[in-house]
Design a protein around this ligand. Structure first.
Ligand code: GLU
Length: 499
């Protein structure tokens, strides 16, 4: 029997997402329950959006959750390298093979031509996709264009008719018409592969037996199956897991729910609770027990018992579960240790002292000034903002503007944050102190406190953004329409890359 090998293949393009942890959990549980291996591969083919910070944050947060891999970019392994940007030559070779066998072709179409094509397809109500313009260029034409150094991509050939049948472990046969499948770009003009080519080549070379991933990838599967066929490789077994949902059943999004794993760590959720909670998404223990450990899940796991009903990421349930663990699964001494590991430690306190030293007469003055660092969201209400004598609408727009600015920030330093806040004041033609005042309340919960820039720097991006979102909610929330028109203004003033 082939060895069971599963993988998680995150793209390091943002905050470590709870959806990544959810997929990692089921991959690890499935592999371990079958005596197999779970590996981690970094898919950083999008060089513009990928950052080393994001990669590190993904690795750190999965480790924090105890979802360990046996091969990966940090520990190596027999099938390395495990970062796609370190495997460029490999993809080049396989792309050449596809070109030689006429399963792929060079495409020299300009982005203007492709834009015009898309627009025409949209207006005609047709499927959007490449029209095959370069597919039948003669070999001499192609050679001449290549020799002249014309910019090009490599696209795959896809069957023109018939139906692709995906055999999905959870869903049975999923059928997709080949007509709906685009002639996907496999190699970009910069010589780097796209996700589709890279992941197929890697999954094959890394001997991945099962691909368990989110259902949003189903529509990509026909292209990948075609590639397996062109290469003459046995495809892995697919299982597309249901997407996590907000309580209103829409796809989990950070507009409605914080989605970053580090946010939950900062909020004081215990790692084993987040794992237990994610384990309840699409899975129940055979004995119906709601409290279970990763090991217990591995022991009991049976993929046939997974359900496809959209699992809801319900914060109330998560908090309830966390409370149960805190009250029922810890002695007071153990609880203290958890607090120390979290934030009640010298490393964190050392960073806080410079903020309070100038403001304290007695030691007893210090703790109240620092309270908000150890809270979830500060206890604020509409009344907290009353002294500012500004309309709620105006305040919310300002906080939202700051939020967008800070969502775009990559390096989380006091200087960087300050530059953003200053830019917000300039763009909105407001005084810096009028921007700072509501920020103080949103972030620290009171009108006067330690420096709000320092506070945001030390609270970190997740808690800062979370508190801004919370404050907007407390003030009533911005309606969809308002948000859209505000976003347009924001983008107008921020489009020159000044973020
Ligand atoms: N890099 C993809 C992601 O970010 C992986 C998709 C897959 O599992 O094939 O989720």
């Amino acid at each position: 029997m082939t060895k069971i090998r599963t993988r998680i293949a995150p793209s390091p393009t943002g905050d470590p997402h709870v959806g990544t942890a959810y997929i990692a959990l089921f991959n690890t549980v499935f592999a371990k329950s079958q005596g197999g291996e779970f590996i981690l591969r970094i898919e950083d083919t999008d060089q513009v959006r990928s950052t080393p910070e994001s990669e590190q944050a993904i690795l750190d947060s999965l480790k924090w959750l105890g979802l360990n891999w046996s091969e990966g970019p940090d520990i190596g392994g027999p099938f390395g390298p495990y970062r796609q940007s370190d495997r460029k030559d490999i993809y080049q070779r396989y792309s050449l093979q596809l070109l030689e066998q006429k399963h792929a072709f060079h495409c020299f179409c300009s982005s203007e031509r492709l834009d015009t094509l898309r627009e025409a397809q949209r207006l005609a109500g047709d499927d959007i996709g490449y029209d095959g313009h370069c597919r039948h260029l003669s070999e001499t034409d192609v050679a001449a264009k290549l020799a002249a150094g014309e910019s090009h991509v490599v696209r795959m050939v896809v069957p023109e008719e018939g139906t692709c049948i995906i055999k999905d472990l959870l869903r049975g046969d999923v059928e997709i018409e080949w007509q709906q499948v685009d002639m996907q770009v496999l190699m970009k003009s910069d010589g780097l592969p796209t996700y589709h080519l890279a992941s197929v080549v890697d999954d094959h070379l890394m001997e991945i037996s099962h691909i368990m991933r989110g259902e949003e990838w189903i529509s990509s599967t026909p292209k990948q199956l075609a590639l397996y066929q062109y290469f003459g490789w046995q495809p892995p077994i697919y299982a597309h897991l249901p997407l996590l949902r907000n309580t209103d059943k829409s796809k989990l999004s950070k507009r409605k729910n914080p989605t970053s794993i580090t946010y939950y760590r900062e909020m004081g959720i215990l790692p084993e609770v987040l794992v237990n909670f994610l384990g309840m998404m699409g899975w129940t223990m055979p004995n119906g027990e709601e409290i279970f450990s990763l090991d217990a899940m591995v022991q009991a796991f049976d993929i046939n018992r997974m359900s496809l009903g959209g699992p809801v990421f319900d914060l109330d349930k998560l908090n309830w579960l966390n409370g149960k663990y805190i009250r029922e699964h810890h002695t007071p001494a153990q609880l203290l240790q958890r607090l120390v590991d979290w934030k009640f430690n010298e490393t964190f306190a050392t960073q806080l002292m410079p903020l309070v030293q100038a403001r304290a007469d007695t030691l007893a003055d210090i703790a109240p000034l620092l309270m908000f660092f150890f809270q979830g969201n500060p206890a604020i209400s509409e009344a907290s903002f009353a002294d500012l004598k500004t309309e709620n609408e105006e305040l919310m727009q300002l906080l939202q503007w700051v939020l967008w600015k800070l969502e775009a920030r990559q390096d989380w330093t006091k200087a960087g944050i300050f530059a953003d806040i200053k830019a917000v004041a300039e763009q909105r033609e407001q005084k810096l102190k009028d921007v700072n005042a509501p920020l103080f309340i949103a972030i620290t919960g009171s009108a006067a406190s330690v420096s709000v820039m320092d506070a945001m720097a030390l609270l970190g991006p997740d808690m800062t953004r979370g508190r801004l979102r919370h404050a907007i909610g407390v003030l009533g929330g911005l309606g969809k329409k308002k948000l859209k028109s505000l976003e347009r203004q924001y983008q107008q003033l921020n489009k020159t890359g000044g973020q």
